[in-house]
Design a protein around this ligand. Sequence first.
Ligand SMILES: O=C(O)C1=C[C@@H](OP(=O)(O)O)[C@@H](O)[C@H](O)C1
Ligand SMILES: C=C(OP(=O)(O)O)C(=O)O
Length: 429
Amino acid sequence: MQNAPLPDPWPAPRADAPVVGTVTMPGSKSVTNRALILAALASGPSTLRAPLRSRDTLLMADALRALGVGVADAADGAWRVTPNALHGPATVDCGLAGTVMRFLPPAAVLADGPVTLDGDVRARERPMGRLIEALRGLGAEIADDGRAALPFTVAGRGGLPGGSVTIDASASSQFVSGLLLSGARYEKGVVVFHDGKPVPSLPHIDMTVAMLRDAGVTVDDGEPNTWRVESGPIAPLDLDVEPDLSNAAPFLAAALATGGSVTITGWPTRTTQAGDALRDLLARMGAVVTLDDRGLTVAAGARLTGLDADLHDVGELTPVLATLAALAETPSRLRGIAHLRGHETDRLAALATELNQLGGAVAETEDGLAIEPRPLHGGVFGTYHDHRMAQAGALLGLAVDGVAVENVATTGKTMPTFTDVWTELVRGH
Ligand SMILES: O=C(O)C1=C[C@@H](OP(=O)(O)O)[C@@H](O)[C@H](O)C1
Ligand SMILES: C=C(OP(=O)(O)O)C(=O)O
């Protein structure tokens, strides 16, 4: 049976007691979409167990299917991916997924015909130009309408010379990850040099490198800002997808916003996921953090203090951390996150606007946010098609009367079960 559509705006549940509970997160978006690309380019069929099924990953699966790859549901919930020579003509809907718009074009150059990519209205504004230029530098032909953004058409020729390329990846680490993920299938492999302001989200590039190595690809990342991928086969994957640690952020923050305690099951003891930084960041805000056999438990400490942190490496945690900071006892300063202006929405502007509208004192700085705690009041929290803004609104609603989240369904970008899991956690059953 189909679930009833969610009300819009969605009245966020208010916590009338400390939030205490255990949550099992669905699979990681970043791992799932990397695994899909690698499996599509591998030398045999792959199995991806417990993959994330959400808008971003279903769009990636559909994109690969459009190119001739088999992505089939297995009885145990796994995805079986059967690679194939990639075919064009094909059209790809990137939605608002950075991982689709940045990981798919470097693979589409291997198709034997044209591949046209487009996405949501906002997707046409997300940074793409440097990646398009880099692919052209490696021998690809790409036709755009002069805006160096979506929509554009990759003239697949069944292969790419590859070689060395210099790219300014300061707008998104995904430019580098995209080139590395497909680089082993280029005739000369790929060497990517970054030249520009520091690359954000480096743990995500580490994840790319680790997953390539697990698939038998030789990668040298020993020099800063340089990544070398040797040409060669990609071994089939047999992978258990880790839980999504970034999507765990609002659930863990719920404990701190309400004086409670939340456990996320299956938290990996070793991971390249950026969300692992929550252990340190939440502890710096006063949480008691325990990683043991049950998973990761975050419990409220004596005080919820503000945070002074550089989030350059873990920018996707910002909407939840900024919202928690607005509920803290002392001011916060979040730095190193100018690139968030090119995310699902301009997240710095969106957070300042929405928190201030409910009584907050949030100022945009050149590279982040300055947050002064203030008593907040209810109202509609706008989300700008941004799943993490919707999570932020839900978090605020735990501690502030009368918060309603506009278009909470946008959480389906990475967690279609968000409102169900959230409501169950808050209600305690
Ligand atoms: O490669 C990835 O899976 C991601 C990289 C990061 O992108 P940026 O480097 O554009 O911030 C991150 O914010 C995004 O949520 C996922
Ligand atoms: C920045 C994000 O997504 P994307 O993969 O679309 O860039 C995010 O999930 O916070």
